[in-house]
Write a new protein. Structure first.
Length: 376
């Protein structure tokens, strides 16, 4: 279980404890979230956040060899490919490029809020600006047109540079539909954006702001277990689940609109994730104290495997002959594709496998499952 404390973390120090664009997608949708979370100890950095730091540092350095493994190097390379596509698509070749800079908005002489910008490209003669936010996790962020992190970054930097055209972009290597999204604003658009952000920033720092439960703002909120609105929201969802189970037909589902069904599915999937996290915490608790949970004990699977496949094949061949070896070995389509992926792109690897094995390759349809489509 990750330790929590009231000691300021690295982000708190960098942002001076003031609002930061990185949490605006949650804060603006739940104005009371910031005040409630401030009363609770902070969670230590997660493996996902540590991964993000490593990837962003490597991107800023332009050196992927400093990353610890091939998976992370491929992730950084994928992001770099997306950046190159965006630069070419919007004509930012030759621009001045900066990485990992924190920009501040001020009220008088005092800092009011900030944004740590992954990358921005500036063309001073044309007064054109490109602001890019790189995502490294699996969570799908709000689309670029409703994403308050990149919108606030665009508005803030447009004001800083006095830009006339501003392109804001999101890069997400794990997005199911697109590697990147972008939107173009003019100066007037960004002035309105900045005014809106400033209004929200003031609101989330005022006392007694309402808390509003919802998918985006609640997904990773550290106050879930004590937030009355979230608890009530979960209780209502529990009742809805019970109602759905008892209704063997689709009466309740059919009564919902398309939008309500989409939100309901999102809530159910988030519930599954929350349950998995909580069960893992109970497991870690039992690991530390073997009598801490009545009626449950730790268990684990023991998986047999050989540590030298070549020698294992030789021994079986010597004992039972080559026919037995052939019967035991199973052709691994995924492993072949993975090896080819090392020589090129994932798409090229898949196409190569299908081309070579065309005469013996068949496709079996599995059961349908739900994946989130790109929001519009």
């Amino acid at each position: 279980m990750r330790r929590r404390s009231f000691k300021p973390n690295e982000h708190d120090i960098a942002s001076e404890g003031l609002p930061s664009a990185s949490t605006f997608n949650e804060d603006f949708r739940c104005p009371g979230k910031r005040a409630l979370c401030a009363k609770l100890p902070k969670q230590a950095d997660t493996p996902a956040s540590e991964l993000g730091k490593r990837i962003h540092h490597a991107m800023a350095e332009g050196d992927f060899s400093i990353l610890p493994n091939e998976t992370e190097r491929k992730l950084a390379s994928r992001i770099a490919y997306g950046e190159a596509e965006i630069v070419h698509h919007f004509g930012f070749e030759g621009a001045l490029v900066e990485f990992e800079q924190r920009f501040w908005d001020t009220e008088g002489l005092e800092h009011s809020w900030s944004a740590q910008v992954d990358r921005h490209d500036w063309m001073p003669k044309e007064k054109r600006l490109l602001v890019i936010d790189d995502k490294t996790g699996w969570t799908i962020p709000p689309p670029v047109t409703t994403n308050w992190q990149v919108k606030s970054e665009g508005g803030l930097l447009a004001d800083h540079y006095e830009a006339e055209e501003i392109v804001v972009a999101l890069i997400h290597p794990y997005h199911p539909d697109s590697l990147w999204q972008a939107h173009v604003y003019n100066r007037v658009d960004c002035e309105l954006l900045l005014d809106t952000v400033r209004h929200h920033v003031k609101a989330i720092q005022m006392p007694n702001q309402p808390r509003i439960a919802g998918g985006i703002q609640c997904a990773w909120c550290t106050a879930q277990r004590v937030c009355p609105e979230f608890i009530a929201h979960e209780a209502a969802l529990d009742k809805a689940i019970d109602d759905e189970v008892q209704d063997l037909g689709f009466t309740a589902i059919n009564a919902r609109s398309r939008e309500e069904r989409g939100e309901h599915v999102r809530q159910l999937k988030q519930r599954v994730k929350n349950i998995e996290v909580l069960l893992q915490q109970y497991t870690e608790l039992l690991e530390r104290s073997d009598n801490s949970i009545t009626g449950w004990r730790l268990s684990r699977k023991l998986t047999r495997k050989v540590n030298n496949e070549g020698e294992a094949i030789r021994l079986v061949n010597a004992a039972y002959g080559p026919d037995m070896v052939a019967e035991c070995l199973k052709f691994n389509l995924i492993a072949l594709e993975h090896q080819l992926y090392k020589r090129g792109t994932q798409r090229e690897a898949r196409e190569a496998v299908e081309r070579v094995l065309k005469s013996v390759l068949v496709f079996e349809r599995g059961k349908y499952f739900l994946t989130e489509a790109r929001s519009t």
